[in-house]
Design a protein around this ligand. Structure first.
Ligand code: ZN
Length: 319
């Protein structure tokens, strides 16, 4: 009985740690929003959008422009939830960290980034434009989160709790890949159409945009989420109640957090897949989904090559 209670508590902690705290405060399916959580003023959007379109500009010019517009502000990260204190921030260009644009060099953050880059595809990491490290406030349990920096959803910030990262390297790896999957599945060029609102969306509107028909997320939803469950996620402001109903009787989720919504379901299963974590057979179809995509197989092979299998984890399953 005691063990069971621990399992549930872990589920709750994982739910918070795996993503931004925004999921806790807003009754929406996606932990990532663009408009409401944008770090930019309306006036800035054109500037950063222009920089995005001009990525073939000399790197220094892009960075100078971004810095001039004060996109590297610790207060923006600290104000985005119960996070803590930022230790360092870096602009990331083509997957490479620049010198800190705020704070001072933090080896814990560099180490976490190196771990992600060692596993991930270059093009996915290249969609991250800003990296932040923070020391969590007391009682705060957000291990990492990603959010979009701009209205167009083309620049992502990844933020990592460097203290927790050091304390639990296995959980860090799982969380980094979980968060990376949010970047992958919300790519505005191919995955998520942010110009389509909820009323016009004929796939699934995640709170920021409408998934394209060919997106990973929509294929996942079509295969694994019933129209009823999907409608409930979209309409039910009390996500926790829906989670309880879905995550019962050995239901095919990694646990409560995975049952929150299709994106967390995808992200949790994806991190388990990449690190070859053994899950109950009820998860076989979901893990096999990723095998269809050479890009995901490659990541899994890379993790395996680096010896990153058999990680300790807190996927407690359902029921
Ligand atoms: Zn997540």
């Amino acid at each position: 009985m005691a063990a069971r209670r621990v399992a549930i508590l872990l589920a709750i902690v994982l739910g918070v740690t795996a993503c931004g705290t925004e999921a806790d405060t807003q009754p929406r399916p996606s932990p990532i929003t663009v408009g409401e959580k944008s770090f930019l003023d309306e006036d800035d959007v054109g500037v950063i959008a222009a920089a995005s379109k001009n990525r073939d500009l000399p790197v220094d010019e892009i960075i100078a422009e971004l810095e001039a517009n004060e996109f590297c502000l610790p207060a923006d990260v600290e104000d985005s939830g119960d996070i803590g204190t930022v230790t360092a921030m870096h602009f990331v260009v083509e997957g490479k960290l620049r010198e800190p644009c705020a704070g001072t060099l933090d080896d814990r953050l560099i180490d976490a980034w190196d771990k992600l880059v060692a596993i991930a595809r270059h093009e996915d990491v290249a969609d991250i434009s800003l990296l932040a490290g923070y020391e969590a406030c007391e009682g705060c349990a957000t291990l990492a989160f990603v959010t979009s920096l701009d209205e167009a959803g083309t620049f992502f910030l990844m933020a990592i709790d460097v203290t927790a990262a050091q304390a639990d390297p296995d959980e860090l790896l799982l969380t980094l890949v979980h968060e990376l999957s949010h970047v992958i599945t919300q790519n505005p060029r191919t995955e998520l159409n942010i110009e389509v609102g909820p009323d016009q969306c004929d796939t699934f509107y995640n709170g920021s945009g409408c998934f394209t028909r060919s997106s990973y997320a929509w294929r996942w939803i079509e295969e694994f989420w019933s129209p009823d469950d999907l409608a409930r996620v979209a309409n039910d402001p009390d996500l926790a109640e829906g989670v309880e109903d879905r995550c019962t009787n050995n239901a095919p989720y990694t646990g409560y957090y995975g049952a929150t919504n299709p994106e967390e379901d995808f992200a949790e299963a994806f991190s388990a897949y990449v690190f070859s974590i053994e899950l109950p057979s009820v998860m076989d179809a979901k893990l096999a989904f990723f095998d269809r995509y050479p890009e995901f197989v490659k990541m899994r092979k890379q993790a395996s090559k680096l010896g990153l299998t058999g990680l300790s984890h807190s996927f407690e399953g359902c029921g």
